[in-house]
Every structure is written in structure tokens, then in C-alpha cells.
Design a protein around this ligand. Structure first.
Ligand code: SF4
Length: 358
């Protein structure tokens, strides 16, 4: 039986003609699609969430190429090589990216359910001017030999586009390694192609096991959350998989207080735990999506901290070549002396608590 998700992948919306079935494609969008030689496309499901007439629709801006991608004043050349420490002396397969001693990112596929215009791996998956060899067996062998690795992040591209059989094999192989304690999967599919969460997938990666599987998805705007998303997340949780969100802070998409708060509240309503908000990384051709660095911390202060449920508080981080650097709002401790701390809350009210000597 042909599953809905494979039909969606087969019918990816990646030409102006196909896109015109969902929206009135603007002249600028047409020109960008015709001018830029990059990969683009979306699942028909995600395209159906686009606003028909508004080119500023947050779904449209994430998916449809823009001429602004030709501007690159602040993006770093060879960003991914720098970010993923690919030029270091340690010999690793192309599929293994390493920033920490005990965990690695394992890239297993180069295709995606949608091609995000703000992707930090744009050079690899969208522009495709970085060629790497993703040999899964070679990556598995490297992980098996490195007993210090306790946590593997399976990434891409979008790993959930692999067949149930391939995913099942990958997870089983990792679970056989005595040093592996947890497996994470980074995938946008619960958001952009929720039909992928099938019984077959649940069987391949879910179920009770000593080594848990966590999925971190990427949802950047409340408009991306539908009844289908809610059901897909519930299905994942019902087979023992926790789902977290890693949003990207995007100028003109989610960088205002109301949208930012609604996004995080809505995620919790469908059982997704907000985990990170990433600063939009300085990969090339994404200047138009990037805010000042402090913006994310300001949004946590003004939209979330104290303003809504504690579970809706992600950590705001800058992902760099030396790991993630958290940047949280810094307004709480107003003064500190030998006797007491003076503290400020989200409303600007003050209080004092005793300073405990060591
Ligand atoms: S789904 Fe992930 S890897 Fe693919 S383009 Fe989007 S952000 Fe990049």
C-alpha cells in the first residue's frame, strides 16, 4: 500500500506551476525562483498552510526563494566547515560532526521535507556547493570505535525521510553499542509532513528500550501548528518518544513579542516541549533573516519569562564552532552585598533575599 507521506514526497511543490496551485505567486517570488540556482521545495501539506495572497506569510518566507539571498554582507564563507569543525586534525568520516567530547551529530541523508531558506546547512542541502560523503556504515563503525560517545544526534537533511527499514536498522545498530545511552533525531517532518508518523515508523524507532529516542523538531511560527501536527506528536509520545522544539529566531517571522509567545504556548498545547531558540546562524545568504544577537534574550524577557507557563521557556543559544553559547536575559540580580541580594522580576518589581555565606 502506498502511504500518504511517500505520495507527499513524490509530489513535492518545487516549480512555479505547482506552487501556483496553492498561492498567487508574486513577481518577486517568480524572479527569485528563476534566478537563484538553489534547491527549493515543500511538501504539498506545508504549501497548503501558505497565505494565498500575502508574500509576507511566515510559511512562504521560510520556503520560497528570495532575491535577498544574493546579499551576503554578514554571512561567513565555508560556514559549515567552520561550524562543524570539519577542518580539525581529528580524522572523522564526513557523516560525523563533533563539537563535544561525548556526543556527535551523525548526518545520514541530504534531502529534506522542505528546504528552509534560513537553513544553517544551506551550503550542503540547499545550495549544494559543499559535497560530503554520507556513508552510514562508515559513520556507524566510527561511533562503535569511540566509546566516549554516549549520545548520538541523527541528522540531515531530514533523517525521517529514510524508510522505516533503514531507520530501524540505524537505531538497532546504535542500540547494540554498549556506550550509547541515548539517541536523538533532528527532523522537521512532524511539522512539515506529519503524515510521516505512521505505525511503521513507530515500530521502527519507538517502544520501550534501555536507550531512549528523542525527536527534536523545528517549528518557527504558530501557523505551522495544526490538528495534524498535534496528532503526529501524540502518536510519537504514545510509543515512548519525547518531542522537543528547536525554533530559529527569524526576522519578520517570529521576532515580535506576540508571535513568540503564541508559538511557545501553542507548542505546549500540542505536547511539544520548547527546548531551544537558536540565533539565526551566520551562514551565507541569510542576512535578511538575522536579528541583532540580543533580540532572542529580549524576547525571552518580554514574551515568556514570567508572562507564561515555565514549561514554555526554551533556552536561547548561539550555535558556534565551540558549541552552544546560551544568552539569557540578565535583569534579575540588581545588587548584591554581604547581607542580601536585590532582585527584580519580569514586571520590574523589586525584592530582597538574604545572601548566604559559603
Ligand atoms: S529541514 Fe532542516 S536540514 Fe532541511 S533545509 Fe530545513 S533546517 Fe535545513
Amino acid at each position: 500500500m502506498i502511504e500518504e507521506w511517500t505520495e507527499q514526497v513524490k509530489n513535492q511543490v518545487n516549480t512555479i506551476e505547482k506552487l501556483a496551485k496553492y498561492i498567487n505567486v508574486s513577481d518577486d517570488e517568480k524572479e527569485a525562483i528563476n534566478t537563484l540556482k538553489t534547491k527549493w521545495g515543500t511538501s504539498p501539506y506545508f504549501a497548503s498552510l501558505m497565505d494565498k495572497d500575502d508574500p509576507d506569510c511566515p510559511i512562504r518566507k521560510q520556503v520560497i526563494p528570495s532575491l535577498k539571498e544574493q546579499v551576503n554582507e554578514y554571512g561567513m564563507k565555508n560556514y559549515l566547515v567552520w561550524k562543524e569543525n570539519r577542518a580539525t586534525e581529528e580524522i572523522r568520516p564526513d557523516s560525523i560532526a563533533r563539537q563535544y567530547h561525548d556526543r556527535v551529530a551523525f548526518t545520514v541523508v541530504q534531502v529534506c521535507g522542505i528546504y528552509c531558506r534560513h537553513c544553517f546547512r544551506k551550503e550542503l542541502v540547499v545550495d549544494q556547493n559543499l559535497q560530503l560523503n554520507f556513508d552510514v556504515e562508515e559513520g556507524l563503525a566510527w561511533i562503535a570505535e569511540h566509546s566516549e560517545i554516549r549520545d548520538v544526534l541523527i541528522t540531515g537533511g531530514d533523517p525521517l525521510l529514510l524508510s522505516d527499514e533503514k531507520l530501524g536498522y540505524l537505531i538497532a545498530k546504535l542500540r547494540e553499542m554498549p556506550h550509547i545511552e541515548m539517541i536523538r533525531i533532528g527532523s522537521r517532518l512532524p511539522i512539515v509532513l506529519p503524515h510521516r508518523i505512521t505505525d511503521g515508523l513507530k515500530k521502527a524507532i519507538g517502544g520501550y528500550h534501555r536507550i531512549p529516542v528523542w525527536i527534536n523538531t523545528q517549528c518557527n511560527h504558530p501557523k505551522e501548528i495544526t490538528e495534524e501536527t498535534a496528532k503526529a506528536v501524540y502518536e510519537l509520545m504514545s510509543c515512548g518518544i519525547n518531542v522537543g522544539n528547536q525554533a530559529v529566531l527569524l526576522k519578520g517571522i517570529n521576532d515580535d513579542v506576540d508571535t513568540f509567545r503564541e508559538l511557545h504556548q501553542k507548542l505546549l498545547r500540542i505536547r511539544i516541549r520548547p527546548y531551544y531558540v537558536f540565533y539565526c546562524e551566520p551562514a551565507p545568504g541569510m542576512d535578511h533573516f538575522r536579528t541583532p544577537v540580543e533580540k532572542g534574550a529580549e524576547l525571552i524577557r518580554d514574551a515568556l519569562r514570567g508572562h507564561t507557563t515555565g514549561l514554555a521557556q526554551p533556552m536561547y543559544v548561539l550555535a558556534t564552532n565551540i558549541g552552544k553559547i546560551p544568552l539569557m536575559p540578565d535583569y534579575y540580580i540588581v545588587d548584591k552585598n554581604k547581607k542580601e541580594y536585590t532582585l527584580r522580576n519580569y514586571k520590574g518589581e523589586f525584592t530582597k533575599i538574604p545572601n548566604m555565606p559559603e
